[in-house]
Design a protein around this ligand. Structure first.
Ligand code: AMP
Length: 620
């Protein structure tokens, strides 16, 4: 079936499709629409985000409901407010010629009474997030007792986010004989359980393989020392001047920190995480949608439902704890028929995760090297040359030409070109000249510290602290991988963790005494792979058996990443940056650059130094 006409859609919908500009049905549409139109059936569809699944369930639902009735007949549950609004808008577009069609969006963080009014106006379809939906059912503000169709969109995400109870509660208020259509990017056990429990012999369709990532996305990994992670990120950005990306961090704290640092360093970046207010998140997302932010640094939860189609790169600044989450991350790029790249910055201790991901997504990663300084200079120079080549001449420049020509009377074209490009090239050249190579060979090498352990720590006695940690061989660590893990999460240098002694279910390690508070504070609330990691100072300086009961400051357990965001202008600068890496090159003659307030308040539109590498043409 090559056209929408072939799928059996009615004229009102086909007219809307022509207006929207869809020419050919996507895979999931070609598979799902005829089934849903022809049969009263339950359906399980495995499809990534960005494959056109909104239309796959939206068109059949619109065609099947009775527009003349004002009863709610269809319910679509989606994990996030962003996705809920996106689906609602799409349905409005699809149903623009269906006279009398009403759709209501129900989600948290907005007026509940206004939403109740929308429903009362006669919404035949409700698009909702589970929490607010449940709330409104309990308050008798919506009635779903007559719905004929229920969609669970991004079911795996909803379950990940802990909506299982809400979903079962909501569905218990709906008729048993309705049709349920479940869409999910992956098929973990929880989703198949839901399918078994709530659905009746569903037809199953799969777009691509189960759990396979979209074929439009290529996957690359970059092996670096963990302390170079941030520098590696900057180089990746500099090597792709037109990058439009989502950068994933594991925690809210890291997300905020990386975004602040990028902004500080002159990049067009913004943070998106759960500690921001809804208003702040909306502002960041608006700027991102308008291409005013090139690098959106986000947590997995906050990035759910990002409805931007033209993301060129996803960068995994850190890999997710749950490997399956990688599929969702990489699915943010390569949408709507475009290609995309998913990059992973890894340290040695995480290399084995790459293999696991390859198995899950059924695709191979390409190992790439972080570009060196001179490669970046070349990319930047050529990007500028191309930009100039394409630039339309502004007629206003005419009136200044006489003086400019006078100035360059004795300069040849060749010389002029060299001088012109040197203005910007020198800036990058000076910055990157003599910077070190950040890539690390895959074989074990410089990161090993076996000999050094004995030179430090024990012999220096009072100068180091020994810690007990409740992870060990049972958790899959040996001394080397545990050391890498510690260095990475604590953002420490190569020699900062030593005398790592791994036992079955616990281990010991040393740091300089000066790092003791930092280590204890970090582990006060740290969770890894769903488990709290307990670190205490050990009294034993060598044998590694007894342990002191002292723990750092009290406070209840918090979940991983549950940190307050730093305020803008926070103190990230003090967190161990190297002088050679302080910031990206500034425009020559602009030693101060735009002041911090200007840069922060504008989020993206900054004067001065960003212009060389950040052409702001719209990509839409
Ligand atoms: P979705 O997976 O529903 O979020 O859709 C992803 C993007 O693809 C949205 O921007 C849709 O507007 C677009 N899209 C959906 N179906 C088609 C189609 N048949 N042709 C072109 N674009 C489409």
């Amino acid at each position: 079936m090559n056209t929408f006409q072939d799928l059996g859609l009615n004229d009102d919908l086909l007219r809307a499709i022509t207006d929207i500009g869809f020419i050919t049905p996507s895979d999931v549409q070609a598979k799902a629409i005829p089934i849903l139109l022809e049969q009263d059936t339950d359906l399980v569809a495995l499809a990534q985000t960005g494959t056109g699944k909104t239309a796959a369930f939206g068109f059949p639902m619109l065609q099947k409901i009775n527009i003349e009735s004002r009863t709610t007949q269809g319910l679509i549950l989606s994990p996030t407010r962003e996705l809920c609004l996106q689906i609602t808008n799409e349905l409005k577009n699809y149903g623009k010629y269906c006279k009398g069609f009403n759709v209501a969006a129900i989600y948290g963080g907005a007026s509940i009474s206004e939403q109740a009014r929308e429903v009362k106006r006669g919404a035949q379809i409700i698009v909702a997030t589970p929490g607010r939906m449940k709330d409104m059912i309990n308050r008798n503000m919506v009635d779903i007792s007559k719905i004929e169709y229920a969609v669970l969109d991004e079911a795996d995400e909803m379950l990940n986010m802990g909506f299982y109870e809400d979903i079962t509660d909501i569905l218990s208020h709906s008729p048993k004989d309705k049709n349920t259509w479940l869409f999910s990017a992956t098929m973990p056990k929880e989703v198949s359980n839901i399918a078994k429990k709530f659905m009746n012999s569903p037809v199953e369709i799969t777009v691509g393989n189960k759990n396979e990532s979209t074929s439009q996305v290529s996957h690359e990994y970059y092996l670096v020392n963990s302390r170079d992670r941030y520098q590696a990120l900057k180089r990746l950005a500099d090597a792709h001047p037109d990058i439009f990306s989502v950068i994933f961090c594991r925690t809210k704290r890291d997300t905020q920190k990386v975004a602040e640092q990028l902004i500080e360093d002159g990049y067009s970046a913004g943070a998106l995480h759960g500690d921001l207010s809804q208003n702040q998140r909306d502002m960041v997302m608006n700027s991102f949608r308008k291409n005013q932010i090139q690098m959106l640094v986000a947590t997995d939860v906050a990035a759910r439902g990002i409805d931007v189609d033209n993301i060129t790169h996803v960068i995994n600044y850190q890999l997710p704890d749950e490997i399956e989450t990688y599929t969702h991350r990489s699915g943010r790029t390569g949408r709507a028929g475009k290609t995309g790249v998913s990059m992973v910055i890894v340290s040695k201790s995480e290399l084995r995760k790459i293999k696991t991901i390859e198995r899950i997504i059924n695709k191979s990663f390409v190992k790439k090297d972080i570009p060196d300084g001179m490669e970046i200079c070349e990319v930047q120079l050529m990007s500028l040359a191309n930009k100039i080549h394409k630039t339309e001449i502004n007629p206003e420049i005419e009136k200044y030409l006489t003086s400019i020509n006078e100035l360059f009377e004795n300069t040849s074209k060749d010389e002029l070109i060299k001088k012109f490009f040197s203005v910007e090239f020198t800036r990058f050249f000076n910055y990157y000249n003599k910077t070190k190579n950040l890539s690390v060979p895959e074989s074990r090498g410089s990161d090993s510290d076996s000999g050094r352990d004995f030179d430090r720590g024990f012999s220096s006695n009072g100068d180091s602290s020994r810690f007990f940690i409740n992870v060990g061989k049972k958790d899959g660590y040996d001394w080397m991988s545990l050391k890498d893990f510690l260095k990475e999460i604590l953002e420490l240098g190569r020699d900062d963790v030593f005398k790592v002694d791994v036992k079955d279910s616990f281990s010991f390690f040393n740091t300089e005494k000066g790092l003791q508070e930092k280590v204890l504070a970090f582990f006060n609330d740290y969770k890894h792979n769903g488990r709290f990691v307990n670190v205490e100072v050990s009294q034993d300086q060598g044998a590694g058996t007894s342990r002191n009961k002292r723990r750092s400051g009290g406070g209840g357990r918090r979940s991983d990443g549950d940190f307050k965001p730093r305020r803008s202008g926070g103190d990230f600068k003090s967190s161990g940056r190297r002088s050679s890496d302080v910031s990206r090159p500034r425009r020559s003659g602009d030693s101060s650059g735009p002041n911090r307030r200007e840069r922060r308040s504008g989020l993206a539109e900054k004067s001065g130094e960003a212009s060389f590498s950040r052409p702001r043409q719209s990509r839409r």
